[in-house]
Design a protein around this ligand. Sequence first.
Ligand code: BGC
Length: 340
Amino acid sequence: MKKRYYVLAAVILLVIVFWGIAGQRRGEGSAEEKKSIRIGVTLYRGDDSFINTIRGKIEEQAKEYEKETGIKVVMDIVDAKGNQNTQNSQVDRFISLGYDAICVNMVDRSMASNIISKAMDAGKPVVFFNREPVEEDMRRWEKLYYVGEDAKESAVLQGNILVEAYQKDPSSLDLNGDGKVSYVLLEGENSHQDSLIRTEWSIQTLKDGGVPLEKITGGIANWERSQASAWMEQWLAEYPEEIEVVICNNDDMALGAADALEREGLDRPVKIVGIDGTPQGLEGLKNGKIFGTVQCDSREYANVIFQIAAAEALGQEVGELVKLEREKYYECSQKTLTAQ
Ligand code: BGC
């Protein structure tokens, strides 16, 4: 009699165990059944114009996705305010809350390894964007992605805006007719991959395009309008007659240079070029403050960040939805915009 009970108990136990395992499998494989996903996004600085534009577009993407798929998206976007420790804690919080995917705009792009280790331990995919971790870090895991722009392409397009203007009419850049185009340069953060490459290739493109260049001076304005404006004010005081062109690594710095020119009340048509095509940049283009810019498609940029995160959250094959390079990189498309 006792033996029978044991057998029965063993059978019941087995049924429970198998049901449990099968249940777990059903859960794992239920990409289509998942009705909501949770994504955490941390920004290096929420007050950066370009990043702020991308943030708005990511939010739009999430809403569109909800409408199209019926899958609820819980999105938590936080600002690290330029502090890497704050950002690390934000990622810890995302992980402890069990978010499905994490999007990181690194404060310090050389410090990604800490975040990567924690994400790997927790099995949480990470989509980095705009501030690119070093390749060695990116190679550590197949669930690490990077979305950005080709910095050389931005720079070549920017340089070509000026090459074309010069070819059409040299005196539009060589304002004093001394046979040289005298420029000043405003650069982004020196640790940012985009700053160095944009500077190098913008100048190289002008040289290759046959523009006779002369550098007056340059400075690092860390992508910021106010810092750029302060540099420009100083240079206008030092070189009141010489500056003909202002080459800027982004639109905010181009606008800062324009602010200083406006304050000075200079009547020389100094040409200022930027990169980004932010709403503020486009406004500057429209009212003649900026001569040209290079716009990345911010909708595409945000769409790709979101699509990768959502696909990973649902356990879908990312490569089937987004065309990636080396299985983890995406470069957003860009175009030039000029005042004329
Ligand atoms: C953009 C800048 C921005 C910076 C932030 C660059 O790619 O052109 O406008 O401030 O990224 O990381």
